[in-house]
Design a protein around this ligand. Structure first.
Ligand SMILES: *Cc1c(COP(=O)(O)O)cnc(C)c1O
Length: 427
């Protein structure tokens, strides 16, 4: 299956039924699995044999879907989590414990920013945020002796900055640590961060991978490229015996290709239990089967809407990485040659009042705190997610009161533009 194109992998990777078996991935709706002898089951607990014993750790439905995502990203192993938040937490915490330090792009999803700066800080993990636009010197200066990992987003939600993946990967590797890239917005259809040097890729599958606003979920993919044993002193969790698994050393027993995901499953899933339900994994797979068909349409609609908005007198600026003149245009051409995603940000000259009037008149675009759905949706942070802030505070945070984020769905672009045009007239 590895030799097939992305299009074929979206449809068929991860599950190949045998003779007379179900064509669609079966939903294994079972919390537990039966064994003939205690000895058989014991081998699973010793990580001596592969198999399933309890769905809090692993379930066959999830593993088929995770294998598809691994194939799409070009990784060697993957796992599903209950949400994108859980995926990023697990991916970081799997190698960075109390006393560790993370270097992260400052332009990331608000939930991940809070996870790092508030919740993981309470666990004794320190973070240094750097601008994604920083120089190599500034980036190198952010590292400390206890740095364990670097984190960024290919296209940041909602800032729409584009990460210079090679710059971040080179700096991480020069300091003997891996780079984690959250690839939620472009999906592997539009960017495969592993090809540019990322070691681990994460996803909120809630977004384009599901793509229908139906199931919250996350995924972690390991490239299998990072050599943990070369930096054994930095990663004792992978390179010294795990007493909770009879003294197994993950990097030795499972190698570069399997150590990261095996540890993440057998320690973090076992103890924290943020598993994706097999029902959600099944729904996620239905989304993945058409991801390669849907992403180009999201991009086509995003580009058309961005170009239309740019010409409108009511609009003061439009942010879309593949729009000529955008600050990230050159990086987008390099990392996102097929386009990025369907999310566009723009500011209305009339501020908060204009945004309210505009959004009230939209007929197709629904007001939602969501993106990456088949149905177009939009949000004005000043009157929703950020409504506690004054206009001055909003300006200081680079979120002008008239800013609107629109996530272009799969409708006809002419209909979307007509809807925006009539709502602009109402201002
Ligand atoms: C939505 C999102 C998350 C969080 O994912 P959930 O599935 O909502 O937990 C993380 N990263 C990015 C880039 C996102 O857009």
């Amino acid at each position: 299956m590895n030799n097939y194109s992305m299009n074929t992998k979206c449809v068929q990777s991860g599950y190949t039924p045998g003779n007379g078996e179900p064509r669609q991935i079966p939903i294994i709706q079972s919390t537990t699995f039966k064994y003939d002898t205690s000895e058989d089951m014991g081998k699973l607990f010793d990580l001596e044999a592969e198999g399933y014993f309890y769905t809090r750790l692993q379930n066959p439905t999830n593993d088929h879907v995770a294998a598809k995502i691994a194939a799409l990203e070009g990784g060697t192993a993957a796992m599903l989590t209950s949400s994108g938040q859980a995926a990023n937490f697990f991916a970081i915490f799997n190698i960075c414990e109390c006393g560790g330090h993370v270097v992260a792009s400052s332009s990331i999803y608000g939930g991940t920013f809070n996870l790092l700066s508030v919740t993981m800080a309470k666990m004794g993990i320190e973070v240094t945020f750097v601008s994604p636009d920083c120089s190599e010197d500034e980036l190198n200066a952010a590292f400390k002796d206890n740095t364990k990992v670097v984190f960024g987003e290919t296209i940041a939600n909602p800032a729409l900055t584009v990460l210079d993946i090679e710059k971040f990967a080179n700096a991480a590797h020069a300091h003997g640590v891996p780079l984690i890239v959250d690839n939620t917005f472009p999906t592997p259809i539009n960017c495969q961060p592993i090809k540019w040097g990322a070691d681990i890729v994460t996803h909120s599958t809630t977004k384009y991978m599901d793509g229908h606003g139906a199931a919250v979920g996350g995924a972690i993919v390991d490239s299998g490229n990072f050599d943990w044993t070369a930096y054994a002193d930095k990663f004792p969790g992978l390179c010294t015996p795990d007493e909770s698994y009879h003294g197994i050393t993950y990097a030795e027993k499972f190698g570069k290709e399997g150590a990261f995901i095996t540890k993440c499953t057998s320690q973090l899933m076992r103890d924290l239990g943020c598993i994706q339900s097999p029902q959600h994994a099944f729904i996620l797979n239905l989304g993945l089967e058409s991801l390669h068909v849907r992403m180009p349409r999201h991009v086509e609609n995003g580009q058309a809407v961005a170009e239309f908005l740019q010409e409108q007198p009511e609009v003061s600026f439009v942010s879309y990485p593949t729009l000529p003149g955008n600050k990230y245009y050159d990086l987008a051409k390099k990392y996102l040659p097929k386009g990025g995603c369907g999310v566009v940000s723009f500011e209305l000259k009339g501020g908060r009042k204009a945004a309210e009037t505009f959004m009230k008149h939209l007929k197709l675009a629904a007001i939602e705190t969501h993106v990456a759905d088949a149905r177009t949706c939009c949000l004005n942070p000043a009157t929703s997610t950020h409504r506690q802030m004054s206009d001055e505070q909003l300006a200081a945070a680079d979120i002008p009161a008239g800013l609107i984020r629109i996530s272009c769905g799969l409708e006809d672009k002419e209909d979307l533009i007509a809807d925006l045009a009539q709502a602009l007239k109402a201002i």
